[in-house]
Write a protein that binds this ligand. Structure first.
Ligand SMILES: Nc1ncnc2c1ncn2[C@@H]1O[C@H](COP(=O)(O)OP(=O)(O)O)[C@@H](O)[C@H]1O
Ligand SMILES: [Mg+2]
Length: 415
């Protein structure tokens, strides 16, 4: 437990202060009748951090969250918030000190946006003008122009805008702790990503302790300082995102972080599957021919062959241009006999070489010596991209970035 806290220090959470526990579950169990929902939950969540509770549906995430603001009480064990046992605190008082954002938004439909945001401060006795000014600031903070939105009713807003109001309302009483239960799950993917980004940005300035329930690992990885992965009422692994990815504890965790899915687009495949067409030219041709050919084919290098199509070497546009004045030179005089790869080679093993290769590509040569293609960085990324889109339906831009990252990681990797 403490080890997990220590590891996230200096990570996404850059605090000058050492981490301290703000929410603690001390041997908490919860049963509903015969049904044991949580078994001996014993974890500490750090102050000023976003902790994501994640796990399959029904594993007890919402139950865990509701134990914190006493919407339910434990069957055994204790929940502590900010050094207080919540069992000793009046539930109504407790909830006014804890922000709560839920998926179904939970705005009051008969109140305007401003009234919704002002509600808890007003209940806490904050004078109306002060609460109103606070609502104005908060709406601006969550990206809603107060002048445009304060007097609207929830039904007049999009789902994303309503959820922003929900976040503003949770911040209204300036609570130290905010609980969020799948707050963005009902939104379309674009709004969801936007709100995730904004939550991270917002957190930079407000530095609240946030407990965020989600079933979406990408969401957890993006926003959380600490991830608590649960299964059937128990904690399977609790770690910073980077550690979870690098050191999944067991197959369940691996499955959950989608390692299999990741492997499917990583090149476990052969060079033959991801190579692209080679632009070749005969060794006995001159440099003007070479330049014309490269221009027409839109490439900046050529694979040089003999008259029978057998591989001899590689030449780059730079050398050709540099020596263009020497009219007697042929391609055979300029080419470099780069060690070719074969169509059966594993791409992952070739990546480091591809990364180092000054020409930016590697010739692919079959057993009979004939050139059958070239392996390019762009070609490998595109192949990953096609595969990933087919498998996971991921966003092309993200996959492209990941593909490029995988290639960069290949440097110094498998050899
Ligand atoms: N009030 C309740 N009475 C009986 N069973 C409940 C109640 N609330 C939740 N459960 C059960 O507890 C388990 C965990 O629920 P929950 O915490 O909502 O899961 P999650 O949020 O991870 O999907 C589920 O099997 C659910 O059916
Ligand atoms: Mg739930």
């Amino acid at each position: 437990m403490d080890a997990a806290l220590r590891r996230i220090e200096g990570g996404a959470h850059r605090s000058a202060q050492p981490l301290e526990a703000f929410v603690e579950f001390r041997h908490v169990s919860k049963r509903f009748g015969e049904h044991a929902v949580l078994q001996d939950l014993h974890i500490a969540l750090p102050r000023g951090c976003i902790t994501a509770l994640i796990g399959p549906s029904g594993c007890g995430k919402t139950t865990t969250l509701k134990l914190i603001n006493r919407l339910i009480d434990p069957t055994s064990g204790e929940v502590w918030v900010g050094g207080e046992n919540v069992a000793q605190v009046d539930p109504v008082q407790l909830r006014r000190r804890i922000g709560y954002v839920i998926q179904q938004i939970g705005l009051f439909p008969h109140m305007t946006v401003e009234e919704n945001v002002m509600l808890v401060p007003r209940l806490n006795g904050v004078p109306k003008p002060v609460a109103r000014r606070r609502a104005e600031e908060l709406l601006a903070l969550v990206g809603l122009d107060p002048a445009l939105y304060r007097h609207r009713y929830p039904r007049e807003l999009s789902g994303g805008q309503q959820q922003r109001v929900g976040v503003a309302r949770a911040l209204a009483a300036d609570p130290e702790l905010i609980l969020m239960d799948e707050p963005f799950s009902a939104l379309d993917p674009i709004s969801r990503e936007q709100l995730q980004d904004e939550l991270v940005r917002l957190q930079q300035s407000v530095r609240k302790t946030i407990v965020f329930v989600t079933h979406d690992m990408d969401e957890a990885l993006k926003i959380a300082d600490l991830i608590v992965l649960m299964r059937q009422g128990e904690v399977v692994q609790m770690d910073a995102p980077e550690d979870l990815l690098r050191h999944p504890k067991d197959d369940f965790v691996r499955e959950f972080i989608g390692e299999k899915r990741m492997r499917q687009w990583l090149p476990g495949e052969t060079v033959g599957e991801v190579m692209v067409r080679a632009v070749t030219l005969r060794a006995d041709l001159g440099l003007a021919q070479a330049i014309r050919h490269m221009q027409r084919q839109r490439v900046n290098g050529l694979v040089v062959t003999d008259a029978g199509g057998e591989y001899l070497g590689v030449v780059g546009a730079t050398e050709v241009v540099q020596h263009f004045g020497e009219s007697s030179l042929r391609l055979r005089d300029l080419m470099t006999p780069v060690d070719p790869v074969t169509p059966d080679d594993d791409v992952l093993r070739i990546l480091p070489r591809l990364q180092r290769e000054g020409f930016g590509f590697l010739p692919v040569v079959a057993a009979d010596g004939r050139v059958v293609g070239v392996l390019t960085r762009g070609g490998v990324i595109d192949a990953m991209l096609r595969r990933r889109n087919a498998v996971a339906g991921g966003s092309p831009a993200a996959a492209r970035a990941e593909g490029a990252a995988a290639i960069a990681a290949g440097e110094g990797g498998a050899r």
